[in-house]
Design a binder for this molecule. Structure first.
Ligand SMILES: [Zn+2]
Length: 493
């Protein structure tokens, strides 16, 4: 089924600042690249939102029948602490701090990243390449840029010559910056600087003797610059020009600007047709920051183990909450907002759960065909999930009215409604029905509380045969009781 033939999709292209009709380079096929995480710490909730936004976009393209190649990289080398090409490599720094191999840091946080995204029901990308797996490709691109005259070598490092590039191309077009302004607003270079201009950026950095992550190159031992890996990996798997490049808004400058410059300098043409940027997540109205404590990790929301929220929220509720905002808007996370989302989520799941048993009649008072196209129109308008969700709740209203016998629906319309709502909720928004899982754990907690209470009563009555029986039978079922000074707790094996 190729639904895309009947739908006109518009996307907000950051490069032009306009909403444009989306037309892939090769009909029916989409190449999409999204900048992945630097795996040196647990994945941030803000990053989760970005990846969730692009997961929704990936899902919608697939739903429309496109063949999508979705590439999302893992940055496992080359990302320095600050944008001015100095500071330590983030992964090497963490490795030193914990006295482990850099690749142990990479492994640990890649696993965390995958686990977290899986909990939020993100689909894996088609290809997930790593920077360290593409050193040869990066060196090749540096050679090309040097050959074209847009880079220079200095003391074993190679820098991109932004001023030279800007003479023939336009540096700053994605972020709307002018090179002259950037030059006017930066300090002059010091005598020790290897760069010809402060705006130049590293393609290859010479590794100092203490730097552990290093590779041989024509310019000596070193490591690639962070921006270069995305150019190398996107070009390798999607070609010199591909459909969509996505990432967080914060990556627009300098990261994505540098990607454009590298690609144009090496191939001579623009690498990306549509640039899409996802906006950030704030917490209680303020920017999230580890240093101020205004921060929460995904696992803390799911476990409820935090000082910010009143209770735990299921990953499906968190995902539903994220989908209630447009991906280009700033979204504020708070306890009130999550509680409201949980209520909405439960209402939606309940209505969907009652669809099967819904009685049908000879007429429909709910125009399912019109409603269905409205859902598509919302998604076709730059993936407007909040509007889509508003339409989904319109359907919920009608489902409830039909349930109460106040409206009627035909069998055909009911089937159409059921298929459409399931497709949008489960396949496109990626929202799972987790109520069964939640109910199970609630029921288990209730039963365990009761058994612990019965055992305590038996012990108080010196009926040790009964109290031991409860404990031993539970042990046989794989449930361990632990008596502590604050009472008895249980754990599952
Ligand atoms: Zn990138």
């Amino acid at each position: 089924m190729q639904l895309y033939k009947d739908q006109t999709l518009r996307v907000h292209n950051s490069l032009t600042g306009k909403k444009e009709i989306f037309q892939p380079i090769n009909e029916g096929h989409i190449g999409m690249y999204v900048c992945g995480p630097t795996v040196y710490s647990n994945v941030h909730l803000g990053n989760c939102r970005t990846f969730m936004s692009f997961d929704m976009i990936f899902r919608y393209f697939k739903h429309l029948g496109f063949k999508v190649r979705y590439v999302r990289n893992i940055t496992d080398a080359g990302h320095l602490e600050n944008d001015a090409d100095d500071g330590e490599d983030k992964i090497a720094k963490k490795a030193k701090l914990e006295q482990i191999e850099p690749m142990e840091v990479v492994q640990r946080y890649t696993v965390d990243f995958h686990n977290t995204l899986q909990q939020f029901n993100l689909l894996p990308p088609s290809i997930e390449p790593t920077a360290t797996g593409h050193i040869i490709e990066q060196i090749e691109i540096i050679k090309e840029i040097l050959e074209k005259g847009y880079a220079y070598e200095a003391n074993g490092s190679v820098y991109f010559d932004v001023i030279k590039f800007n003479k023939d191309h336009e540096y700053g077009k994605l972020s709307g910056r002018k090179l002259e302004d950037m030059i006017a607003n930066t300090r002059d270079l010091t005598a020790q600087d290897e760069k010809r201009n402060p705006q130049d950026f590293a393609l290859w950095k010479k590794a100092e003797p203490q730097h552990i992550m290093r590779w041989p190159s024509p310019w000596g031992d070193g490591f690639p610059g962070w921006h270069l890996e995305c150019t190398a990996m996107s070009t390798k798997y999607l070609g010199e020009t591909f459909d969509i490049h996505g990432g967080g808004m914060d990556l627009k400058f300098p990261h994505h600007e540098c990607e454009i410059a590298q690609a144009e300098a090496s191939t001579g043409h623009s690498p990306v047709k549509y640039w899409l940027h996802a906006n950030m997540l704030t917490l209680n109205g303020k920017k999230m920051s580890k240093s101020t404590g205004n921060n929460i990790y995904p696992y803390e929301i799911i476990s409820g183990d935090n000082n910010i929220l009143s209770k735990a929220y299921s990953p499906a509720v968190v995902r539903f909450f994220m989908m209630q905002a447009h991906y280009t808007s700033i979204l504020d996370l708070s306890d009130d907002a999550l509680q409201a989302s949980e209520k909405g989520y439960n209402r939606l799941m309940e209505a969907m759960g009652s669809l099967d048993a819904l009685k049908t009649g000879s007429t429909s008072e709910f125009d399912v065909a019109v409603w269905k196209q409205k859902c598509y129109d919302a998604m076709n308008d730059d993936f407007n999930t909040p509007i889509l969700i508003a339409h989904l709740f319109d359907a919920v209203k009608h489902i409830n009215l039909i349930k109460e016998g106040k409206e009627s629906i035909t069998e055909t319309d009911k089937t159409e409604l059921e298929n459409t709502i399931k497709a949008f909720v489960y396949d496109v928004l990626g929202i799972e029905n987790q109520s069964l899982v939640k109910d199970d754990s609630n029921a288990l907690n209730g039963v365990m509380e009761l058994l612990i209470q019965l055992r305590n009563e038996a012990r108080a009555n010196k009926d040790f045969a009964t109290s031991d029986k409860i404990r031993d039978e539970l042990t046989a079922l794989g449930i361990q009781l632990k008596d502590g000074k604050d009472g008895t707790t249980f754990s599952l094996n």
